[in-house]
Design a protein around this ligand. Structure first.
Ligand code: CA
Length: 464
């Protein structure tokens, strides 16, 4: 990493001291009146920033000095947001000169989309955390108001894994599990016949959570468009909806599925890591106009994120990470709800217990290689899955999709930032493709042949 000169030791000391103070202050905030949405507490922020300011002054070379110290980044309070929060709280953004990063907590993915559209100049955000392929759909004007096309740049993947599907307790013991064809399908078919269809929720249409629940259902022989009712629900409302019985299942990131189990409202049918090991999850993206105007600040943000991702994947730091994230200014949850899944420990709520670090969320490196690097082959899977369900026309698995991916995916900027950070060459992928992907049901996605993947799937809306 960076230079190991004398100032490094001083910086390291300051960082450690600043971060500890931040944690203490966060804990101290419990019981105080809420301070509204947004980043960390003002106390913790000022504590971190004054330290960070000193750090920043001593570590940014003149040629890497960012054009601005400010960025307004939106996030959703789920584990995917951890690299943003840790980069701010541990002073990693400040270390590279981004001393005024504001983290804006979003009430829903719809607000994140809307605030992206408005931009920071209008009170919105410059970028932040996105499900896939939101940046591509926003660029194409397919999910914006009046179909306005807003170019977005994808800069890094935030995490792999860390998601699951929670099911209401009333369905316990009825084989609603990873492989629904073994019995769960019978229950779903029965509910359809009795005109009370199995109702499953996702957080935003056409992106990860919608796609995970659709893949899972279809792999079990259930047509998500004909055999069940799929509805969008903001992550924070999922617990309430499951309690009132208006929802049979939902797909979302930790800590929400885990909270369902702890509150004894339901159980986890599966983890997405069981469906597709090391699957791509959420991403860092920025408005293209912000990146074009601030190329050095973009790399400074990326360096902060990468350092946070490395810090997060050191399991010795995960308890501290859980303490920071669960604080009232971020997720406002009991510490253990985050701490256990962070170690790969999942009480699935139906008697099954997973205790396997390889099932935890990863931020920097997983068993297939780089997590942070945004592989273009994964962009293509998300576009292909959109074609599968009729959200995008067929041409997006061909030239049109390639053109869009090349326009949105800025893996070249990721590589430049990684080199500036001093990431070893072995940790910088040499191909934009992660190669053939394999799902739990034996289905394979070869990014060179997306049409073969679509042909191999029995349940789909598109005809091949
Ligand atoms: Ca997610």
């Amino acid at each position: 990493m960076a230079e190991f000169s004398n100032p490094f030791n001083r910086r390291k000391f300051l960082l450690t001291a600043g971060a500890s103070a931040g944690v203490v202050l966060l804990k101290g905030c419990l019981g105080n009146p809420p301070e509204g949405v947004g980043g960390g507490s003002s106390q913790a922020q000022s504590g971190t920033q004054s330290t960070a300011q000193m750090v920043a002054n001593s570590s940014v070379s003149p040629e890497q000095k960012p054009e601005t110290t400010k960025a307004n980044l939106g996030y959703i309070p789920i584990v995917e947001a951890a690299p943003l929060i840790i980069a701010k709280e541990k002073g990693f953004f400040a270390k590279y000169g981004m001393t005024d990063v504001n983290l804006a907590k979003q009430a829903s993915w719809g607000s994140m989309r809307d605030n992206t559209e408005i931009g920071a100049s209008g009170g919105g955000v410059d970028g932040g955390q996105y499900q896939m392929p939101m940046p591509h759909l926003i660029t194409e004007g397919l999910i914006t108001k009046g179909n306005v096309k807003i170019p977005m740049y994808l800069l890094a993947q935030l995490n792999t894994q860390g998601n699951g599907i929670a099911v209401a307790s009333k369905h316990a013991g009825k084989q609603i599990a990873l492989d629904l064809s073994k019995g769960g399908k019978g229950l779903v078919d029965g509910l359809k016949s009795s005109k009370t269809p199995f109702t499953a929720a996702f957080t935003f249409a056409k992106v990860n959570q919608d796609l995970w629940i659709r893949y899972w259902l279809a792999a079990g022989g259930i047509d998500p468009d004909l055999d069940v009712k799929l509805i969008p629900v903001p992550a924070a409302q999922t617990v309430a909806n499951m309690k009132t019985g208006s929802m049979d299942a939902f797909s979302t990131g930790d800590p929400w599925p885990y909270r369902i189990v702890k509150d004894k409202i339901g159980f986890l049918a599966m983890l997405t890591a069981e469906m597709w090991k090391d699957h791509p999850e959420e991403y860092l993206a920025m408005r293209g106009d912000w990146v074009d105007k601030n190329p050095k600040a973009t790399k400074a943000l990326l360096k902060g994120i990468m350092e946070a991702q490395q810090w997060l994947d050191n399991f010795a730091n995960r308890k501290e990470a859980a303490a920071i994230l669960s604080g009232r200014n971020y997720f406002n949850l009991p510490f253990e709800i985050l701490a256990e899944p962070y170690e790969g420990k999942y009480d699935m709520g139906d008697g099954r217990v997973i205790d396997d670090k390889s099932m935890a969320v990863y931020y920097w490196k997983d068993s297939k290689g780089s997590v942070s690097y945004p592989y273009k082959s994964h962009d293509l899977w998300f576009l292909t899955e959109n074609v599968r369900w009729g959200f995008l026309p067929k041409e997006y698995i061909g030239a049109k999709g390639k053109e869009l991916i090349d326009k949105v995916n800025k893996e070249n900027i990721w590589k430049e930032a990684a080199k500036e950070l001093g990431v070893p060459a072995a940790d910088i992928p040499t191909s934009t493709s992660r190669g053939v992907e394999t799902f739990f049901d034996g289905i394979k996605f070869d990014p060179e042949k997306p049409e073969e993947y679509l042909k191999s799937l029995k349940i789909k809306k598109v005809s091949f």
